[in-house]
Design a protein around this ligand. Structure first.
Ligand code: FA5
Length: 369
């Protein structure tokens, strides 16, 4: 190693010789431990380099500036040599470790866990895609709703027994947590009619609802529905008869939707069902996906599973929305999303959805879009 970088000769001390000696010792250190020992001998509390710098005070005044400058330069030189040698040992050590550990730098690192969509979101997205492809538009409504939109506007006055089947959480200001997505029917009609919009109108309303219920295998206090509403003007046909939106349209739409979501051909049947905001009202059943016929415990040996309520929009609701029921007719449905997801994936308990158990959730691997 070329060492004679600092050339200075003092009548009192040959510091160039010291410098050469130290640099040679650094170069001769056999390993990291020897280097660490040398470092503390040179730079420790009474280290040789430290003492050299300090010795400036013992010199005659006129020699001090030149000596101090040279001593500091030597100090920096030796420090740099030590650092370089230390890094050399560290690099050698790393090489040794890599060889010894049979380390494969081309091996992929541990994979980060990717988030996935919740099964309710997966099915909701599919339904939204399906309905928008059929010309439906997505409407939204507030989860904190007024008594008027949740009940009165839907033909459910204060003393109506139907209010009891949708017991909910009331807020101090008289509002409530909506019990269904149906209030958005009247909200949408009122808004669009006011803006001068004339049906045909096709909307879907996915959203969260709340009921004060005892939670069990099929009931939650917070759950998801998807409302559907179709309204159109009654037309006079060539046969002279009036044609409006019909139950046949409702059945066709529901069959199409269930076929896509349940990924199979479906049979449906309608039974009478009472909801004050539809007339007539129906419970729509689908043939059981588990036994296909015959009967099983899921369909309670009937071969049919109740899947969603629906019906023809009640004239009072159309009127409340600002439309003349003599001129317009429509159908509506209110699908329980959890119910559809349970049927699609064969899930037997609704409480899994909000339980937060990753063993359940990680079975639905679709990655967030
Ligand atoms: C209604 O909520 C009506 N608004 C649906 C409707 C819309 C009828 C348009 C006619 C026309 P129902 O209370 O039956 O209806 O609830 C509809 C669906 O929501 C049920 O079939 C069920 O799947 C789901 N649902 C209701 N309550 C709960 C609950 N506590 N937990 C989970 N899902 C529920």
């Amino acid at each position: 190693m070329s060492s004679a970088v600092v050339l200075y000769s003092s009548p009192h001390m040959d510091i160039t010789a010291k410098q050469d000696a130290w640099l040679q010792q650094v170069a001769a250190a056999e390993d990291a431990a020897a280097l660490a020992g040398l470092e503390s001998r040179l730079f420790g509390p009474k280290g040789e380099v430290v003492e050299l710098v300090r010795s400036v005070t013992s010199l005659p005044k006129e020699e001090r500036p030149a000596f101090g400058k040279a001593a500091n330069a030597i100090k920096q030189l030796v420090e740099a040599a030590l650092r370089q040698r230390r890094e050399g040992f560290e690099a050698e050590e790393l090489d040794r470790e890599l060889v010894a550990a049979d380390f494969d730098p081309t091996e992929p690192g541990p994979r980060a866990r990717r988030g996935a969509l919740h099964p309710i979101t997966i099915v909701q997205n599919e339904l939204v895609d399906l309905f928008t492809s059929m010309g439906f538009r997505w409407e939204d409504g507030p989860e904190i709703e007024s008594e008027y939109f949740n009940f009165d506007a839907l033909n459910i006055p204060g003393d109506h027994p139907a209010r009891e089947s949708q017991d909910t959480f009331w807020l101090d200001d008289g509002n409530l947590l909506r019990t269904h997505t149906s209030p958005v029917q009247v909200r949408t009609l009122q808004r669009l009619v006011k803006a001068g919009f004339e049906p045909p109108l096709k909307v879907i309303v996915p959203g969260r609802c709340f009921r004060s219920e005892t939670v069990d295998k099929t009931h939650e206090h917070s759950f998801y529905q998807m409302e559907g509403l179709v309204v159109d003007r009654v037309q006079k046909g060539a046969d002279g008869r009036s044609h409006g939106v019909s139950t046949a349209n409702l059945i066709h739409t529901m069959k199409t939707c269930l076929r896509v979501i349940l990924e199979r051909d479906v049979e449906v049947r309608l039974r009478p069902g009472f909801f004050p905001f539809v007339e007539p009202g129906f419970e729509l059943d689908v043939n059981c996906p588990f036994c296909r016929e015959g009967g099983c415990s899921v369909c309670k040996q009937t071969g049919w599973i109740e899947i969603l309520p629906c019906g023809m929009v009640h004239p009072n609701v159309l009127r409340e929305g600002g439309l003349d029921p003599e001129e317009f007719t429509g159908f509506a449905f209110g699908m329980g999303l959890q119910r559809v997801v349970m049927l699609r994936y064969g899930i037997d308990d609704i409480r899994h959805f909000m339980g937060g158990d990753l063993r359940f959730l990680s079975q639905f691997p679709e990655v967030a879009r």
